[in-house]
Design a protein around this ligand. Structure first.
Ligand code: CU
Length: 171
């Protein structure tokens, strides 16, 4: 009986080891095949895609938001910037790098709102509608799984629907 007990204990110990090792290997397999090192000082900002309201800048840290698979981007938004209620097809992990950020999760009547500062984090579940804004400007990092898409709850809020009008109004 003693031998049996020891055997089952050591089997349990063996089983717990490899389980964690497998988890680590599994998540590593999800990462891009090439390593990426990004120095904040070297980041080159470009205009954010037309799916976001005008004024924001974006940089891609890793992956490709337009393709299937994990990616990391940063978005730099000026003071007063607001992204009206929208949702994404995949979970969106947001880390505040600098500035102030305000997030309202869920439908307007029952939304959960919070203010964020540098170092704060939020996970925005796939298809859960939300609204984001900043008072004094913000840089956020977004980690998600491509292809990245934004669907505005009110199509009138979609900058892609406003573009022709905006262009003719300024000319
Ligand atoms: Cu969003």
């Amino acid at each position: 009986m003693k031998v049996l007990l020891l055997t089952s204990l050591s089997l349990a110990a063996l089983a717990s080891g490899p389980v964690f090792a497998q988890c680590a290997t599994g998540s590593a397999a999800m990462m891009p095949s090439t390593h990426t090192m990004v120095k904040a000082a070297d980041i080159k900002w470009g205009p954010a895609p037309p799916s976001l309201p005008k004024g924001a800048e974006m940089t891609v840290l890793s992956g490709d938001p337009g393709k299937a698979g994990p990616f990391a981007i940063r978005i730099k938004a000026p003071a007063g910037f607001k992204v009206p209620r929208h949702w994404h097809p995949a979970d969106e992990q947001v880390t505040i790098i600098s500035g102030d950020f305000h997030l309202s999760m869920g439908e307007p009547g029952s939304a959960h709102a919070a203010d964020f500062v540098a170092g704060d984090y939020a996970n925005l579940p796939a298809k859960m509608q939300h609204e984001a804004s900043t008072t004094g400007g913000v840089v956020v990092q977004v980690n998600s799984t491509g292809p990245f898409e934004i669907t505005y709850v009110d199509p009138k809020d979609d900058p892609r629907n406003q573009m022709p009008k905006a262009a003719s109004a300024t000319k």
